[in-house]
Design a protein around this ligand. Sequence first.
Ligand SMILES: Nc1nc2c(ncn2[C@@H]2O[C@H](COP(=O)(O)OP(=O)(O)OP(=O)(O)O)[C@@H](O)[C@H]2O)c(=O)[nH]1
Ligand SMILES: [Mg+2]
Length: 442
Amino acid sequence: MFDFLTDRFSSLFSKLTGTGKLTESNLAETIDKIKDSLIEADVPFSVVNTFIDEIKQEVMGQKVLASLKPSELFIKIVYDKLKEFLSIGNSAIEYRFPIPSIVMVMGLQGSGKTTTLGKIAHRLIEQAKHKRKTRKILLASVDFYRPAAVDQLEILAKQVSADFYRAPSTSPVQAAQEILQYYKINQYELLLLDTAGRLHIDNTMLEELRQLEALVQPKTKILVLDAMTGQESLTVARAFEQGVGYQGALLTKMDSDTRGGAAFTFGYTQKKPIFFMGTGEKLEDLDLFKPDRMASRILGMGDLESLIEKAQTKIKESEQQAAEKAIKSGKFTLEDFARQISMVDKMGSLSSIAKYMPGMGSLSPEMVQQGQVEIGKFKAIINSMTPKERRNHVLLDGSRRKRIAVGAGVSVSDINALITRFEQSQQFVKLFNNGKFKQFFK
Ligand SMILES: Nc1nc2c(ncn2[C@@H]2O[C@H](COP(=O)(O)OP(=O)(O)OP(=O)(O)O)[C@@H](O)[C@H]2O)c(=O)[nH]1
Ligand SMILES: [Mg+2]
């Protein structure tokens, strides 16, 4: 997401905290490097200058705080400034679609409009499910520009169990009229309307959007921007603002190797919120843009809050409770270990989790892959054990280990590695119970 900036910033800051000293010259050098990194991340020059000037002013105005080392104080200044920058235009709380109302997405070709509509419907339906409610959502498209565009939305609607309506007409405005009628007659709570994109901004597209707007009067117009396009997306945003106007943006492809410049600068330059970010091709890959999280992510400080949120939605409460109980009772068996491993599995791939962990932001793809393979092996090994062995790993002598190795299709040394890891986890559980763990959070 902000991997590029994270790499730069975290190596800068680890150097700073490593030396422990903050001199005038290494401070100036660090500030210069921050500036270079932002420019390389495709943040517009004028924005970079403002950002750097404000940091310099803060640094000069700072009194040395007794509780912080100068290098820490400097990092805090940068963090606060990042947060302040990223907060401009953003309300930090999730946008609530008025009910009933119409949402229209707009954007250039391939920016991710159709996929995003599926994701939004999925999110709203899942949120309602959590509250044991249902949401009456209708998906419809007036994109007749690209063949199969309507089919694409229909497939997505099916996947998320939302209703879909195909207008008989194939002229956008007439089709919109039919869709509107259908939406009203059937008393839907939300209509999510997909529109056609063009390769470039042109008057035909803007004129079509204006006509659609006049007809359906959407309460929310979302501009979908491809984060990969960098500064160019800001030009697109301005053109849409002048041409049709919109309430907020949705930045897609934040998972790709975008350098983050667009996300960094969008709110600051457009003074509008980023409602969501697209972080993958799957339906659940839609995240909120939270300035404080983004700031800590950029600094490579990890993002535990996001991880916790992710964990909470994906792990069933009972599983969590069982794990907690095992930890609290100090009796931590291989069964608990297996449960923990499968919880990690459910949260998503290791690579997506690593991003949230302090100091793990720069896990290499090879390391992630190795971890994934290891998890697979661990699961196979634990599955090949008897329940008794799982509850008491001390039973695992040489011959049992050999038997399990054959059953799981691994080598005995894989089993030994698992047991070592497990015993380390047990130590960790003991530390946790002794309260020693707390020192890590000081
Ligand atoms: N990696 C990644 N891919 C995405 C994301 N959002 C969309 N895509 C992909 O981008 C491509 C284009 O997405 P669409 O939803 O068809 O884009 P569109 O704006 O509707 O395109 P047109 O209808 O042709 O204007 C698809 O291959 C999507 O899977 C995202 O957040 N991350
Ligand atoms: Mg589309």
